[in-house]
Ligand binder design. Sequence first.
Ligand code: NAD
Length: 447
Amino acid sequence: MMNLAVIGTGYVGLVSGVCLASKGHKVTCFDINEINIGKLDQGICHIYEDGLEDLLASSKKNINFRLLTDKNEKKLLDFDAIIVAVGTPTINGNSDLSQIKSVAHMMGRLIKSSQKYISIIIKSTVLPGTTDTFFKNIVEAESGKRVGEFGLGMNPEFLREGNAIEDFQYPDRIVFGFEDKKTLEILRLIYEPWDCEKIEVNTRSAEMLKYVNNALLATLISTINEYSNIARSIENIDFKKVMRGVHLDNRWSPIDDCGQKVFPKVIDYLKPGCGYGGSCFPKDVLAISALAKEIGSSSNILSAVIEVNNRQPEVMMEILNKASDDIKNKRVLMLGLAFKPDTDDVRESVSLKLLKLLSGKVDNLVAHDPIAIDNAILELGQLDDVHFSTEWKNKIEDSDIIIICTNWNEYSELAAMKDLLKGKIVFDTRSLLSGIDVSDFQYLTVN
Ligand code: NAD
Protein backbone atom coordinates (compact mmCIF):
# COMPACT_ATOMS: atom_id res chain seq x y z
CA MET A 1 0.00 0.00 0.00
CA MET A 2 1.38 3.40 -1.00
CA ASN A 3 0.82 6.84 0.45
CA LEU A 4 -0.11 8.99 -2.55
CA ALA A 5 -1.12 12.58 -3.26
CA VAL A 6 -2.94 13.58 -6.45
CA ILE A 7 -2.62 17.24 -7.47
CA GLY A 8 -5.68 18.52 -9.37
CA THR A 9 -9.18 17.20 -8.72
CA GLY A 10 -10.68 17.55 -12.20
CA TYR A 11 -12.02 14.71 -14.35
CA VAL A 12 -8.69 12.88 -14.31
CA GLY A 13 -7.34 13.70 -10.83
CA LEU A 14 -10.52 12.95 -8.91
CA VAL A 15 -11.28 9.72 -10.78
CA SER A 16 -7.64 8.58 -10.38
CA GLY A 17 -7.70 9.48 -6.68
CA VAL A 18 -10.83 7.56 -5.75
CA CYS A 19 -9.90 4.58 -7.96
CA LEU A 20 -6.38 4.36 -6.44
CA ALA A 21 -7.98 4.57 -2.97
CA SER A 22 -10.43 1.80 -3.92
CA LYS A 23 -7.42 -0.50 -4.48
CA GLY A 24 -6.20 0.11 -0.92
CA HIS A 25 -3.72 2.99 -1.38
CA LYS A 26 -3.89 5.94 1.01
CA VAL A 27 -4.76 8.87 -1.25
CA THR A 28 -4.95 12.60 -0.62
CA CYS A 29 -6.41 14.80 -3.36
CA PHE A 30 -5.00 18.33 -3.49
CA ASP A 31 -6.42 21.33 -5.35
CA ILE A 32 -6.10 25.11 -5.26
CA ASN A 33 -9.88 25.38 -5.79
CA GLU A 34 -11.11 25.56 -2.20
CA ILE A 35 -14.79 25.60 -3.21
CA ASN A 36 -14.50 22.26 -5.02
CA ILE A 37 -12.44 20.74 -2.19
CA GLY A 38 -15.14 21.94 0.25
CA LYS A 39 -17.85 20.24 -1.82
CA LEU A 40 -15.83 17.01 -2.05
CA ASP A 41 -15.39 17.12 1.72
CA GLN A 42 -19.19 17.00 1.99
CA GLY A 43 -19.29 14.08 -0.47
CA ILE A 44 -20.51 16.22 -3.40
CA CYS A 45 -18.70 15.91 -6.75
CA HIS A 46 -18.31 19.14 -8.75
CA ILE A 47 -18.09 17.10 -11.97
CA TYR A 48 -20.46 14.44 -13.27
CA GLU A 49 -19.16 10.93 -13.82
CA ASP A 50 -21.31 7.85 -13.35
CA GLY A 51 -20.48 6.07 -10.06
CA LEU A 52 -18.00 8.73 -8.91
CA GLU A 53 -19.98 9.99 -5.93
CA ASP A 54 -20.54 6.43 -4.65
CA LEU A 55 -16.85 5.64 -4.94
CA LEU A 56 -16.00 8.93 -3.22
CA ALA A 57 -18.37 8.06 -0.36
CA SER A 58 -16.87 4.59 0.15
CA SER A 59 -13.29 5.95 -0.02
CA LYS A 60 -14.12 8.57 2.60
CA LYS A 61 -15.74 5.94 4.81
CA ASN A 62 -12.61 3.76 4.61
CA ILE A 63 -10.58 6.78 5.79
CA ASN A 64 -7.92 6.09 3.13
CA PHE A 65 -9.01 9.17 1.19
CA ARG A 66 -8.35 12.74 2.26
CA LEU A 67 -8.55 16.24 0.79
CA LEU A 68 -6.07 19.10 0.94
CA THR A 69 -5.78 22.67 -0.33
CA ASP A 70 -2.67 24.77 -0.93
CA LYS A 71 -3.04 26.29 2.55
CA ASN A 72 -1.43 23.07 3.76
CA GLU A 73 0.95 22.43 0.85
CA LYS A 74 3.79 21.37 3.22
CA LYS A 75 1.80 18.21 3.95
CA LEU A 76 2.63 17.08 0.39
CA LEU A 77 6.04 16.04 1.73
CA ASP A 78 4.40 13.22 3.70
CA PHE A 79 3.76 11.15 0.58
CA ASP A 80 5.72 8.47 -1.32
CA ALA A 81 4.60 9.87 -4.66
CA ILE A 82 2.82 12.94 -5.99
CA ILE A 83 0.69 12.38 -9.09
CA VAL A 84 0.14 15.59 -11.08
CA ALA A 85 -3.21 15.81 -12.91
CA VAL A 86 -3.65 19.55 -13.48
CA GLY A 87 -5.04 20.96 -16.71
CA THR A 88 -2.96 21.49 -19.87
CA PRO A 89 -5.22 23.52 -22.19
CA THR A 90 -4.07 25.23 -25.38
CA ILE A 91 -3.92 28.99 -25.86
CA ASN A 92 -3.87 30.16 -29.49
CA GLY A 93 -3.09 26.60 -30.54
CA ASN A 94 -0.05 26.25 -28.24
CA SER A 95 0.15 24.11 -25.12
CA ASP A 96 -0.40 26.25 -21.99
CA LEU A 97 1.82 24.88 -19.22
CA SER A 98 0.99 27.49 -16.58
CA GLN A 99 -0.69 24.97 -14.23
CA ILE A 100 2.19 22.49 -14.64
CA LYS A 101 4.69 25.32 -14.08
CA SER A 102 3.09 26.40 -10.81
CA VAL A 103 3.13 22.78 -9.56
CA ALA A 104 6.83 22.50 -10.53
CA HIS A 105 7.67 25.64 -8.52
CA MET A 106 5.68 24.42 -5.54
CA MET A 107 7.32 20.98 -5.60
CA GLY A 108 10.79 22.53 -5.95
CA ARG A 109 10.14 24.77 -2.92
CA LEU A 110 8.93 21.84 -0.85
CA ILE A 111 11.70 19.42 -1.83
CA LYS A 112 14.35 22.04 -0.98
CA SER A 113 13.44 21.92 2.70
CA SER A 114 13.13 18.14 2.95
CA GLN A 115 15.54 15.21 3.27
CA LYS A 116 12.92 12.76 2.08
CA TYR A 117 13.01 11.17 -1.41
CA ILE A 118 9.74 11.86 -3.15
CA SER A 119 8.64 10.87 -6.69
CA ILE A 120 6.71 13.34 -8.82
CA ILE A 121 4.70 11.61 -11.53
CA ILE A 122 3.06 13.68 -14.27
CA LYS A 123 -0.31 12.29 -15.35
CA SER A 124 -1.45 15.40 -17.27
CA THR A 125 -1.08 15.19 -21.04
CA VAL A 126 2.14 17.09 -21.82
CA LEU A 127 4.21 17.31 -25.01
CA PRO A 128 7.31 15.09 -25.43
CA GLY A 129 10.21 16.57 -23.47
CA THR A 130 8.06 18.51 -20.99
CA THR A 131 8.75 16.26 -17.99
CA ASP A 132 12.49 15.75 -18.55
CA THR A 133 13.25 19.38 -19.48
CA PHE A 134 10.61 22.03 -18.63
CA PHE A 135 9.33 20.41 -15.41
CA LYS A 136 12.65 18.93 -14.28
CA ASN A 137 14.58 22.18 -14.85
CA ILE A 138 12.15 24.19 -12.70
CA VAL A 139 12.12 21.65 -9.84
CA GLU A 140 15.94 21.32 -9.93
CA ALA A 141 16.50 25.09 -10.02
CA GLU A 142 13.99 25.77 -7.25
CA SER A 143 15.14 22.92 -4.96
CA GLY A 144 18.88 22.91 -5.67
CA LYS A 145 18.57 19.10 -6.00
CA ARG A 146 18.96 16.76 -8.98
CA VAL A 147 16.78 13.95 -10.29
CA GLY A 148 17.90 10.97 -8.25
CA GLU A 149 17.58 13.00 -5.06
CA PHE A 150 13.92 13.26 -6.02
CA GLY A 151 12.08 11.03 -8.52
CA LEU A 152 10.46 11.92 -11.81
CA GLY A 153 7.94 9.94 -13.82
CA MET A 154 5.24 10.26 -16.48
CA ASN A 155 2.11 8.13 -16.41
CA PRO A 156 -0.28 9.31 -19.15
CA GLU A 157 -4.00 8.76 -18.63
CA PHE A 158 -6.33 7.26 -21.25
CA LEU A 159 -9.68 7.35 -19.46
CA ARG A 160 -12.68 8.60 -21.46
CA GLU A 161 -15.18 10.89 -19.77
CA GLY A 162 -18.53 9.16 -19.40
CA ASN A 163 -16.76 5.83 -18.84
CA ALA A 164 -13.95 7.12 -16.67
CA ILE A 165 -14.16 4.80 -13.67
CA GLU A 166 -14.37 1.64 -15.74
CA ASP A 167 -11.55 2.86 -17.99
CA PHE A 168 -9.34 3.56 -14.96
CA GLN A 169 -10.15 0.26 -13.26
CA TYR A 170 -9.80 -1.85 -16.43
CA PRO A 171 -7.27 -0.04 -18.64
CA ASP A 172 -6.06 -1.40 -21.99
CA ARG A 173 -2.48 -0.75 -20.83
CA ILE A 174 -0.61 1.36 -18.29
CA VAL A 175 2.43 3.39 -19.30
CA PHE A 176 5.32 3.86 -16.87
CA GLY A 177 7.54 6.72 -18.03
CA PHE A 178 10.51 7.19 -15.69
CA GLU A 179 13.71 9.18 -15.31
CA ASP A 180 15.06 7.21 -12.31
CA LYS A 181 14.83 3.56 -11.24
CA LYS A 182 13.19 4.32 -7.85
CA THR A 183 10.28 6.02 -9.62
CA LEU A 184 9.86 2.99 -11.87
CA GLU A 185 9.69 0.80 -8.73
CA ILE A 186 7.08 3.16 -7.23
CA LEU A 187 4.99 3.08 -10.43
CA ARG A 188 5.11 -0.74 -10.39
CA LEU A 189 3.92 -0.76 -6.74
CA ILE A 190 1.13 1.77 -7.35
CA TYR A 191 -0.29 -0.28 -10.21
CA GLU A 192 0.44 -3.75 -8.79
CA PRO A 193 -3.31 -4.45 -8.36
CA TRP A 194 -3.95 -3.80 -12.07
CA ASP A 195 -3.67 -6.78 -14.38
CA CYS A 196 -2.85 -5.47 -17.87
CA GLU A 197 0.22 -4.92 -20.02
CA LYS A 198 2.53 -2.26 -18.60
CA ILE A 199 4.86 -0.39 -20.92
CA GLU A 200 8.10 0.87 -19.36
CA VAL A 201 9.81 3.71 -21.23
CA ASN A 202 11.52 7.05 -20.67
CA THR A 203 9.23 10.00 -19.93
CA ARG A 204 9.29 11.52 -23.43
CA SER A 205 8.27 8.20 -25.02
CA ALA A 206 5.37 8.00 -22.53
CA GLU A 207 4.37 11.55 -23.50
CA MET A 208 4.60 10.77 -27.23
CA LEU A 209 2.53 7.59 -26.85
CA LYS A 210 -0.43 9.58 -25.51
CA TYR A 211 -0.33 12.12 -28.37
CA VAL A 212 -0.01 9.49 -31.10
CA ASN A 213 -2.93 7.59 -29.58
CA ASN A 214 -5.26 10.62 -29.57
CA ALA A 215 -4.08 12.18 -32.83
CA LEU A 216 -4.50 8.90 -34.71
CA LEU A 217 -8.13 8.54 -33.56
CA ALA A 218 -8.81 12.18 -34.49
CA THR A 219 -7.22 11.50 -37.90
CA LEU A 220 -9.67 8.66 -38.54
CA ILE A 221 -12.61 10.94 -37.69
CA SER A 222 -11.51 13.79 -39.96
CA THR A 223 -10.57 11.39 -42.77
CA ILE A 224 -14.02 9.79 -42.88
CA ASN A 225 -15.70 13.20 -42.56
CA GLU A 226 -13.72 14.43 -45.55
CA TYR A 227 -14.65 11.38 -47.67
CA SER A 228 -18.31 11.84 -46.70
CA ASN A 229 -18.17 15.54 -47.64
CA ILE A 230 -16.68 14.65 -51.04
CA ALA A 231 -19.37 12.02 -51.62
CA ARG A 232 -22.12 14.53 -50.76
CA SER A 233 -20.71 17.00 -53.30
CA ILE A 234 -20.63 14.35 -56.03
CA GLU A 235 -24.32 13.65 -55.20
CA ASN A 236 -26.40 10.47 -55.39
CA ILE A 237 -23.91 8.35 -53.46
CA ASP A 238 -25.20 6.07 -50.71
CA PHE A 239 -22.33 6.76 -48.34
CA LYS A 240 -23.81 4.65 -45.57
CA LYS A 241 -23.56 1.58 -47.82
CA VAL A 242 -20.13 2.71 -48.99
CA MET A 243 -18.92 2.69 -45.38
CA ARG A 244 -20.66 -0.63 -44.64
CA GLY A 245 -18.63 -2.09 -47.49
CA VAL A 246 -15.44 -0.55 -46.11
CA HIS A 247 -16.13 -1.77 -42.56
CA LEU A 248 -16.58 -5.32 -43.89
CA ASP A 249 -12.94 -5.42 -45.04
CA ASN A 250 -11.52 -8.00 -42.68
CA ARG A 251 -8.57 -5.77 -41.82
CA TRP A 252 -11.12 -3.57 -39.98
CA SER A 253 -13.51 -6.37 -38.96
CA PRO A 254 -11.73 -9.72 -38.69
CA ILE A 255 -13.40 -13.11 -38.24
CA ASP A 256 -12.91 -14.56 -34.73
CA ASP A 257 -12.13 -18.16 -33.77
CA CYS A 258 -15.87 -19.04 -33.82
CA GLY A 259 -16.20 -17.82 -37.43
CA GLN A 260 -18.06 -14.62 -36.38
CA LYS A 261 -17.34 -11.22 -37.88
CA VAL A 262 -16.06 -8.88 -35.15
CA PHE A 263 -16.63 -5.12 -35.44
CA PRO A 264 -14.05 -3.56 -33.10
CA LYS A 265 -14.58 -0.19 -31.40
CA VAL A 266 -12.38 1.53 -33.96
CA ILE A 267 -15.30 1.22 -36.43
CA ASP A 268 -17.05 3.98 -34.42
CA TYR A 269 -14.26 6.33 -35.50
CA LEU A 270 -14.86 5.35 -39.13
CA LYS A 271 -18.38 6.78 -39.36
CA PRO A 272 -19.10 10.34 -40.56
CA GLY A 273 -20.48 12.84 -38.05
CA CYS A 274 -20.35 16.43 -36.87
CA GLY A 275 -16.66 16.26 -35.91
CA TYR A 276 -14.69 15.64 -32.74
CA GLY A 277 -14.85 17.85 -29.64
CA GLY A 278 -14.09 17.50 -25.96
CA SER A 279 -11.33 18.30 -23.55
CA CYS A 280 -8.65 16.17 -25.23
CA PHE A 281 -8.69 15.56 -29.01
CA PRO A 282 -8.92 19.22 -30.14
CA LYS A 283 -6.22 20.54 -27.82
CA ASP A 284 -3.92 17.52 -28.15
CA VAL A 285 -3.94 17.56 -31.97
CA LEU A 286 -3.32 21.33 -31.94
CA ALA A 287 -0.48 21.02 -29.42
CA ILE A 288 1.46 18.24 -31.20
CA SER A 289 0.97 20.02 -34.51
CA ALA A 290 2.33 23.30 -33.05
CA LEU A 291 5.32 21.41 -31.59
CA ALA A 292 6.04 19.80 -34.98
CA LYS A 293 6.09 23.24 -36.63
CA GLU A 294 8.31 24.66 -33.88
CA ILE A 295 10.94 21.95 -34.34
CA GLY A 296 10.75 22.11 -38.16
CA SER A 297 9.12 18.71 -38.61
CA SER A 298 6.34 18.24 -41.14
CA SER A 299 2.79 18.10 -39.79
CA ASN A 300 0.73 18.12 -42.99
CA ILE A 301 -1.64 15.39 -41.85
CA LEU A 302 -2.24 17.04 -38.46
CA SER A 303 -2.96 20.40 -40.15
CA ALA A 304 -5.51 18.72 -42.41
CA VAL A 305 -7.13 16.89 -39.48
CA ILE A 306 -7.59 20.23 -37.69
CA GLU A 307 -8.83 22.05 -40.79
CA VAL A 308 -11.44 19.40 -41.65
CA ASN A 309 -12.67 19.33 -38.06
CA ASN A 310 -12.86 23.11 -37.73
CA ARG A 311 -15.04 23.27 -40.83
CA GLN A 312 -17.38 20.43 -39.88
CA PRO A 313 -19.91 22.60 -37.93
CA GLU A 314 -20.23 24.80 -41.04
CA VAL A 315 -20.76 21.66 -43.11
CA MET A 316 -23.63 20.81 -40.71
CA MET A 317 -25.11 24.26 -41.43
CA GLU A 318 -24.79 23.68 -45.19
CA ILE A 319 -26.66 20.37 -44.91
CA LEU A 320 -29.38 22.09 -42.87
CA ASN A 321 -29.68 25.09 -45.20
CA LYS A 322 -29.96 22.82 -48.23
CA ALA A 323 -32.77 20.80 -46.62
CA SER A 324 -34.71 23.80 -45.29
CA ASP A 325 -35.43 26.57 -47.81
CA ASP A 326 -36.49 29.09 -45.20
CA ILE A 327 -34.37 28.51 -42.11
CA LYS A 328 -34.86 32.00 -40.64
CA ASN A 329 -38.51 31.19 -39.98
CA LYS A 330 -37.82 27.83 -38.37
CA ARG A 331 -37.94 26.90 -34.69
CA VAL A 332 -34.94 24.74 -33.82
CA LEU A 333 -34.53 22.28 -30.95
CA MET A 334 -30.91 21.30 -30.21
CA LEU A 335 -30.65 17.97 -28.42
CA GLY A 336 -27.42 17.65 -26.45
CA LEU A 337 -24.82 20.16 -25.26
CA ALA A 338 -22.14 17.93 -23.72
CA PHE A 339 -19.34 16.94 -26.12
CA LYS A 340 -20.38 13.30 -25.67
CA PRO A 341 -23.03 11.42 -23.69
CA ASP A 342 -22.72 10.61 -19.97
CA THR A 343 -20.65 13.66 -19.12
CA ASP A 344 -21.39 17.27 -18.21
CA ASP A 345 -18.22 18.45 -19.99
CA VAL A 346 -18.90 20.95 -22.79
CA ARG A 347 -15.30 21.87 -23.62
CA GLU A 348 -14.98 22.20 -27.43
CA SER A 349 -18.44 20.69 -27.80
CA VAL A 350 -19.69 20.72 -31.41
CA SER A 351 -23.22 21.49 -30.13
CA LEU A 352 -22.04 24.83 -28.78
CA LYS A 353 -20.31 25.67 -32.07
CA LEU A 354 -23.52 24.87 -33.93
CA LEU A 355 -25.57 26.97 -31.50
CA LYS A 356 -23.28 29.93 -32.21
CA LEU A 357 -23.73 29.41 -35.96
CA LEU A 358 -27.53 29.14 -35.59
CA SER A 359 -27.89 32.08 -33.20
CA GLY A 360 -29.56 35.04 -34.93
CA LYS A 361 -30.34 32.98 -38.03
CA VAL A 362 -33.47 31.11 -36.96
CA ASP A 363 -36.84 32.08 -35.52
CA ASN A 364 -36.42 30.29 -32.18
CA LEU A 365 -33.61 28.28 -30.64
CA VAL A 366 -34.13 25.87 -27.72
CA ALA A 367 -31.31 23.70 -26.34
CA HIS A 368 -31.58 20.69 -24.05
CA ASP A 369 -29.11 18.50 -22.20
CA PRO A 370 -29.80 16.19 -19.24
CA ILE A 371 -26.86 17.50 -17.16
CA ALA A 372 -24.67 19.96 -19.08
CA ILE A 373 -26.85 23.11 -19.24
CA ASP A 374 -25.04 24.98 -16.45
CA ASN A 375 -21.63 24.33 -18.01
CA ALA A 376 -22.97 25.30 -21.45
CA ILE A 377 -24.23 28.65 -20.13
CA LEU A 378 -20.84 29.33 -18.53
CA GLU A 379 -18.97 28.38 -21.73
CA LEU A 380 -21.27 30.12 -24.24
CA GLY A 381 -21.57 33.40 -22.44
CA GLN A 382 -24.49 35.58 -23.49
CA LEU A 383 -26.42 34.33 -26.53
CA ASP A 384 -29.71 36.18 -26.13
CA ASP A 385 -31.79 33.98 -28.42
CA VAL A 386 -30.79 30.57 -27.00
CA HIS A 387 -33.36 29.23 -24.53
CA PHE A 388 -32.22 26.32 -22.38
CA SER A 389 -34.69 23.67 -21.31
CA THR A 390 -34.41 20.75 -18.89
CA GLU A 391 -37.22 18.98 -20.80
CA TRP A 392 -37.10 18.04 -24.47
CA LYS A 393 -40.10 15.82 -25.26
CA ASN A 394 -42.58 18.64 -24.65
CA LYS A 395 -40.59 20.92 -27.00
CA ILE A 396 -40.93 18.69 -30.07
CA GLU A 397 -44.38 19.88 -31.01
CA ASP A 398 -43.29 23.52 -31.14
CA SER A 399 -40.15 22.81 -33.21
CA ASP A 400 -39.66 22.60 -36.97
CA ILE A 401 -36.12 21.27 -36.89
CA ILE A 402 -34.71 18.87 -34.28
CA ILE A 403 -30.93 18.43 -34.23
CA ILE A 404 -29.38 15.50 -32.36
CA CYS A 405 -25.86 16.66 -31.56
CA THR A 406 -24.96 14.52 -28.54
CA ASN A 407 -25.96 10.87 -28.68
CA TRP A 408 -27.50 10.66 -25.21
CA ASN A 409 -29.35 7.36 -25.01
CA GLU A 410 -32.65 9.05 -24.09
CA TYR A 411 -32.82 10.77 -27.50
CA SER A 412 -33.22 7.37 -29.19
CA GLU A 413 -36.81 7.55 -27.82
CA LEU A 414 -37.47 9.88 -30.77
CA ALA A 415 -37.80 6.72 -32.86
CA ALA A 416 -41.08 5.97 -31.05
CA MET A 417 -42.43 9.53 -31.47
CA LYS A 418 -43.06 9.38 -35.20
CA ASP A 419 -46.54 10.92 -34.95
CA LEU A 420 -45.12 14.03 -33.28
CA LEU A 421 -42.39 14.32 -35.89
CA LYS A 422 -44.72 14.51 -38.90
CA GLY A 423 -43.60 17.23 -41.35
CA LYS A 424 -40.53 18.15 -39.30
CA ILE A 425 -36.82 17.86 -40.07
CA VAL A 426 -34.75 15.60 -37.81
CA PHE A 427 -31.02 16.18 -38.30
CA ASP A 428 -29.25 13.21 -36.72
CA THR A 429 -25.59 14.30 -36.76
CA ARG A 430 -24.59 11.21 -34.73
CA SER A 431 -26.61 8.58 -36.64
CA LEU A 432 -28.32 7.69 -33.36
CA LEU A 433 -31.62 6.69 -34.96
CA SER A 434 -30.25 4.45 -37.70
CA GLY A 435 -32.84 2.01 -38.99
CA ILE A 436 -35.82 4.23 -38.01
CA ASP A 437 -38.85 4.45 -40.35
CA VAL A 438 -38.60 8.01 -41.72
CA SER A 439 -41.59 8.05 -44.09
CA ASP A 440 -43.45 10.83 -42.18
CA PHE A 441 -40.64 13.31 -41.61
CA GLN A 442 -37.46 14.52 -43.25
CA TYR A 443 -34.48 12.62 -41.83
CA LEU A 444 -31.04 14.12 -42.38
CA THR A 445 -27.72 12.52 -41.51
CA VAL A 446 -24.10 13.27 -42.35
CA ASN A 447 -23.93 10.08 -44.46
P1 NAD B 1 -9.61 19.75 -15.31
O1 NAD B 1 -9.47 21.11 -15.87
O2 NAD B 1 -10.94 19.09 -15.18
O3 NAD B 1 -8.94 19.73 -13.85
C1 NAD B 1 -7.73 20.34 -13.52
C2 NAD B 1 -7.72 20.59 -12.01
O4 NAD B 1 -6.42 21.04 -11.63
C3 NAD B 1 -8.71 21.67 -11.57
O5 NAD B 1 -9.49 21.17 -10.51
C4 NAD B 1 -7.82 22.82 -11.09
O6 NAD B 1 -8.36 23.58 -10.02
C5 NAD B 1 -6.58 22.05 -10.64
N1 NAD B 1 -5.37 22.86 -10.57
C6 NAD B 1 -4.91 23.78 -11.46
N2 NAD B 1 -3.72 24.28 -11.03
C7 NAD B 1 -3.43 23.68 -9.86
C8 NAD B 1 -2.35 23.76 -8.96
N3 NAD B 1 -1.33 24.58 -9.18
N4 NAD B 1 -2.38 23.00 -7.84
C9 NAD B 1 -3.42 22.18 -7.61
N5 NAD B 1 -4.47 22.04 -8.44
C10 NAD B 1 -4.48 22.78 -9.55
O7 NAD B 1 -8.65 18.84 -16.18
P2 NAD B 1 -8.85 17.30 -16.58
O8 NAD B 1 -9.88 17.17 -17.65
O9 NAD B 1 -8.95 16.48 -15.36
O10 NAD B 1 -7.45 17.00 -17.29
C11 NAD B 1 -6.26 16.97 -16.54
C12 NAD B 1 -5.14 16.48 -17.46
O11 NAD B 1 -5.42 15.13 -17.88
C13 NAD B 1 -5.00 17.29 -18.75
O12 NAD B 1 -3.65 17.35 -19.09
C14 NAD B 1 -5.76 16.47 -19.77
O13 NAD B 1 -5.28 16.67 -21.09
C15 NAD B 1 -5.45 15.06 -19.30
N6 NAD B 1 -6.46 14.07 -19.68
C16 NAD B 1 -7.79 14.40 -19.60
C17 NAD B 1 -8.75 13.43 -19.92
C18 NAD B 1 -10.22 13.77 -19.86
O14 NAD B 1 -11.02 13.01 -20.41
N7 NAD B 1 -10.61 14.87 -19.22
C19 NAD B 1 -8.35 12.14 -20.31
C20 NAD B 1 -6.99 11.84 -20.34
C21 NAD B 1 -6.05 12.81 -20.02
